[in-house]
Ligand binder design. Structure first.
Ligand SMILES: Cc1cc2nc3c(=O)[nH]c(=O)nc-3n(C[C@H](O)[C@H](O)[C@H](O)COP(=O)(O)OP(=O)(O)OC[C@H]3O[C@@H](n4cnc5c(N)ncnc54)[C@H](O)[C@@H]3O)c2cc1C
Length: 506
């Protein structure tokens, strides 16, 4: 009996200790406690949780030590010793393991101004983060991250058919809010992507041929400039900057606080899908018909040809979105000779969105793109087919061809390839960091192999550091000089920069 009582007491003590160790510390004023693990930081707490002194990261004390005094005690900052730091320091793509000194998440315009003033004053490196879906480290500086997640306002004005979207809103939230009144804006197909990040680089999705890119619907932008002024940018105020921000605006000209978009009344749509069993003999014919078909499509349809590798097998399908009259819907006629499995879903736009939203649970990814300026050659189609046919397992690979045309060419912005035939997007996702080199090499070797068969241009939102010094020409073509001139006008000290931002000179 005595033994049992002692054992129970011991168990209670262990459970109690575990509970105490694992409780989540609330954010406290940083001058509150002396911390044993970093005595040199007296007056600056790390945390009183013994587990967190060694985990989440051992860099915490070193990092905190390097933070200038004025940046140490901001109520809207997440420091390396905060319990949520280890979640927030990562982007969507977990390939990059960065340890910023702090993640600054201002809640108001005043706090945002203060943030940029302090970062400038102390001349520290920083990045701007919206939805954190950059394929590389565009929004992950090793210095400081300005995280705009608190700017989450969405304001609809149905009379004016416009919507104000705060810099922290992701596509899914925006589409959901607009869907309640059967409105939408043209967006990308992944709902967790940040709306500003998408729109600043263009914004390609399934309403592209109908309404253009996401950036084509921007009416007004609220921007915090390098000299810490908040300005309104539109067709009549700072028109050059307005042009640059729509296609080349990611992290180069200022911090976008929010955007006002024209919204479209789209109550009903048809989502269609044609699918084939993989057969390498049929692939060239699908591409042949696809290319001819895209040249003559009505503007009411935006299609994509998709290839992916799943469960050890390659797959191919053409999907698309159609808005408009029933009689335009004999879209599949040209493909009939290839006997696809056809399915069609009609319904409210917001309900259809779930059919094209791809969400992956794989933490690591890399993507590359190409702008298509001429039809794919037989040799290129053969190489693409070969890539999927001989695919090495260990990562999930996804290829998407999107047709341009329709209303894409009616607007002039920094998005360069308005008159191209289309684009492709090749991405690899994987679960195990040990597969990094397999996945990265597959993409890189393929690109190397096809470089002579394709255009040198890529889509700016598919950020790809492999482009090296060629990135300006690849993303912006003959817009580069104008973009540099606008950069010099609005950010002459290059306050806003990252590896592939618009520089002050070539
Ligand atoms: C899974 C996935 C699916 C995607 N699908 C599509 C798609 O369907 N169509 C498409 O066109 N693209 C797509 N993309 C690409 C996507 O549009 C870009 O990666 C985009 O830049 C992400 O924006 P973000 O705000 O989420 O990312 P972040 O990493 O936060 O930011 C990306 C860049 O934009 C800058 N930025 C973000 N917010 C601001 C701001 N408020 N002010 C100034 N600069 C800012 C950042 O500094 C950084 O340079 C996809 C990406 C992923 C990972």
């Amino acid at each position: 009996m005595r033994k049992f009582a002692i054992a129970t007491l011991a168990l209670l003590i262990v459970v109690g200790l575990l509970f105490w160790w694992n409780r989540k510390p609330t954010r406290q004023p940083l001058h509150a406690t002396f911390h044993h693990a970093c005595p040199e930081l007296a007056g600056f707490i790390c945390t009183d949780n013994p587990l967190e002194q060694i985990y989440p990261n051992q860099n915490a004390c070193r990092l905190i030590h390097q933070i200038p005094e004025e940046l140490r005690n901001l109520p809207y900052a997440i420091y390396p010793t905060d319990w949520d730091y280890d979640t927030l320091r990562f982007d969507f793509n977990k390939r990059f393991n960065k340890f910023p000194h702090a993640i600054l998440a201002p809640r108001t315009n005043e706090e945002l101004i203060q943030t940029v003033k302090l970062l400038r004053k102390h001349q520290v490196d920083f990045s701007i983060r919206g939805g954190g879906h950059s394929y590389e480290t565009a929004s992950l500086s090793p210095g400081y991250t300005i995280d705009l997640k608190e700017f989450d306002t969405i304001k609809l004005n149905i009379e004016q058919e416009e919507v104000y979207v705060g810099a922290g809103c992701r596509l899914g939230t925006v589409l959901e809010a607009l869907g309640k009144v059967d409105y939408t804006i043209p967006t990308g197909t992944c709902q967790s992507v940040g709306t500003m990040g998408l729109a600043l680089g263009g914004g390609i999705g399934l309403l592209l041929r109908q309404f253009g890119l996401t950036c084509d619907s921007i009416k007004k932008i609220a921007l915090l400039t390098a000299d810490c002024q908040i300005i309104e940018v539109d067709e009549t105020h700072h028109p050059d900057l307005f042009w640059a921000l729509r296609g080349a605006g990611n992290g180069s000209y200022g911090v976008v606080i929010g955007m006002t978009f024209k919204m479209y009344h789209v109550p009903h749509v048809t989502y269609f899908r044609m699918e084939w069993d993989w057969d390498s003999q049929i692939i060239p014919h699908i591409f042949e018909i696809w290319e001819d078909w895209c040249q003559n499509l009505p503007t009411s349809i935006t299609p994509q040809l998709r290839m992916w590798h799943l469960n050890g097998k390659p797959h191919i399908a053409i999907i698309g979105l159609h808005i408009g009259a029933e009689e335009e819907q004999n879209w599949e006629a040209k493909f009939k000779q290839l006997a696809p499995r056809v399915s069609m879903h009609k319904g409210r736009f917001i309900d259809m969105a779930k059919y094209w939203t791809g969400v992956t649970s794989s933490p690591f990814c890399k993507a590359k793109s190409k702008i298509l300026t001429q039809p794919l050659s037989a040799e290129l189609i053969q190489k693409i087919t070969h890539l999927f046919q001989n695919f090495d397992k260990g990562h999930y690979m996804y290829f998407e061809f999107g047709a341009f045309g329709g209303n894409l060419s009616r607007t002039d912005t920094a998005f360069y390839p308005r008159n191209a035939l289309g684009w492709w997007y090749l991405a690899s996702y994987w679960n195990d960091q040990e597969n990094d080199s397999v996945a990265l090499n597959t993409l890189r070797e393929f690109y190397e192999d096809i470089s002579d068969l394709t255009s040198p241009h890529s889509y700016a939102n598919t950020v790809d550091y492999d482009l090296g010094a060629n990135y300006l020409n690849a993303y912006y073509g003959n817009h580069v000089d104008r973009l540099i001139q606008i950069k010099n006008q609005y950010d002459p000290e290059n306050v806003f920069h990252w590896q592939q931002s618009i520089p002050l000179s070539r």
